[in-house]
Design a binder for this molecule. Sequence first.
Ligand code: NFE
Ligand code: MG
Length: 482
Amino acid sequence: MAQRVIVDPVTRIEGHLKIEVEVENGKVIDAKSSGTLFRGIELILRGRDPRDAPHIVQRICGVCPITHGMASMFCLDDVFGVKPPPNGRIVRSLIQGANYIQSHILHFYHLAALDYVIGPEAAPFIPRYKGDYRLPKAINDKAVEHYIQALTMRKRAQEMLAIFGAKMPHVTVFTAGGVTERVTAEKIDQFKAYLKELTSFVDNVYVPDVLAVANAYADDWFKIGTGCKNMLVYGVFRLSDEDDPAGQKQFFKRGRYTKGQFAPVDISKITEDVKYSWFEDENTGLYPGEGATVPSPRKKEAYTWLKAPRYEGLPHEVGPLARMWVNKQKDVAALGEKAFSVLGRHFARALETSMVAHAMFSWLDQLVPGEPTFAPFDIPGEGSGVGLNDAPRGALGHWITIKDHVIANYQAVVPTTWNGGPRDDKGQRGPIEEALVGAPVKDADNPIELVRIVRAFDPCLACAVHVLEVKGVYKEPKRFII
Ligand code: NFE
Ligand code: MG
């Protein structure tokens, strides 16, 4: 008979996630991923001055505010018809690159490593599940030292970001048409000094530690956690000032991998289902540009605050593995089928951190001190725009509609909605749910296998739910007319 195993909350991730699985003969036969906290940024945005959007949306999440700010700026650039000058484009990428480095180091050392590394019997290394910790003692002890060192490295990455972003989290320099911070030779030099230190840590500590874990756990963890094997990437780090409707002039290019085939992305094929989500059923299957966020917390059958995004009706995984796979990065491609696994996800994340860090040196060299960092714009009375970006955790899309000079509708479809969302209207599981099915659970009281699978996706529920309910009463935000 099947046994129900519930992990609630899943710790060492951002936000509130519950995982519920059915285990039969030591294997998961079904899984549900449930985002349990209701927030409300999309609703808060309604009626606001569109220029406020890049600042309000950064409050969706303290881990990846940059990427929401970026998607929002891309929306405004689109709807205002403004293009940043080269310095503006590049400073945006440097700020986002700094956030990638910080976020990926955070994920490996402070969120995921304790699934593989035994720390001292003291906070923050406990509590943890019992399990098969396999690292040789010398490597294990080094990894614990690196856990501590990684805290300093993350601080450095935040300081580096603040050279152009002014502060972190929630930078103040983001605007339609570029950024408000000026470029000086001194700032470039400062940034480069930080970047050298961080690149050295990534290449000499982070990547080797991930490889050590991959070696020790290679026998089975390159097979566990396969998932849906469809991959979606919007692309990130714009390399050109020319128009790029297909998203190909980016450091990581747009594309997808669906049912075993590489293919271009047509965003009109994206929809969000809500049959199993606590939202009104009449709004199911909508394109996000026409999407709605109408809570229905007592809906039968529903089990999460996440919607179920789909591309052409199919679940797609997003994140570092998707970026490396779709961009045919040679080391990840060489893994073949083994890439679709828990270790494949950690490996792809570490490799891309190094790639981004190295590329940032060349972006820094392209900055021209004293040249403008933003372009002027007029605000239209109405219009709509789309902002596509790839966050550290995967494809992120924002959609804005402006009427009477204020935001009439705003929708965000974030990476963890793609990865951690529920079944869709056809009953197809989301990528994390699918990755759990078939997984071994040796000890139901210590389901370490489940948390290893979930954490490899680096879920962030703050991003995914983005709605806030105060004492069960939702109030329509006051409408400001400018
Ligand atoms: Ni809150 Fe986020 C990232 C975004 S994940 S961390 O990366 O967008 O859904
Ligand atoms: Mg949304």
